[in-house]
Ligand binder design. Structure first.
Ligand code: ADP
Length: 159
């Protein structure tokens, strides 16, 4: 049985991410969500916090594994026996980036396929980076973020 890997920054996890995770679980019955340790980016939440937020948002779900990884996605996929990488596709901008990355990954690891899923229409314009911009300027991102993420952000804002 295929056990897909859904890698990403998840900083913070959005309703769009959760939508995709639900779709992956429904399709394959199991899924590993892997939070990338990306030292180049200035994170809003640490990797441990992102994992905890995902855990709180998703609860204990059969077939769901939450983990983190450093280095190349394909190396992690290979090392853990994932023959499929799941990624989200929102618009043509995603497509250009994701297409290049999928073909590059295929060159690095021909045995690992990439599969794209589209979210519900309502989350097509939801992205972590847009969320960060809203939050930076004191805006209300509650329409796009899961409750536990909103709570964590509130906790942060209070002295
Ligand atoms: P990365 O830095 O790897 O792009 P992200 O956390 O931004 O990490 O995204 C991880 C994956 O989730 C990507 O495949 C991205 O396209 C997908 N994704 C993010 N937001 C959404 C959304 N609203 N709907 C569907 N897929 C999404």
């Amino acid at each position: 049985m295929v056990h897909p890997l859904f890698p990403g920054s998840f900083d913070p996890p959005t309703l769009g991410h959760l939508d995709l995770i639900e779709r992956g679980l429904r399709l394959f019955g199991r899924l590993t969500v892997a939070v990338a340790e990306n030292p180049d980016k200035r994170p809003l939440f640490s990797v441990a916090e992102r994992l905890e937020l995902l855990r709180t948002c998703l609860g204990a779900r059969e077939g769901l594994t939450l983990t983190s990884f450093g280095g190349l996605v394909v190396d992690f996929a290979r090392a853990h026996g994932h023959a499929l990488i799941l990624r989200g596709l929102r618009d043509t901008q995603d497509f250009e980036f994701e297409y290049r990355m999928a073909l590059t990954n295929r060159t690095l690891a021909p045995e690992v396929e990439t599969l794209f899923l589209m979210p519900s229409l309502e989350y097509t314009f939801t992205s972590s980076s847009l969320m960060k911009q809203i939050l930076e300027h004191g805006g209300d991102a509650s329409a796009f973020l899961p409750g536990p993420v909103i709570e964590a952000l509130r906790g942060r804002a209070s002295p």
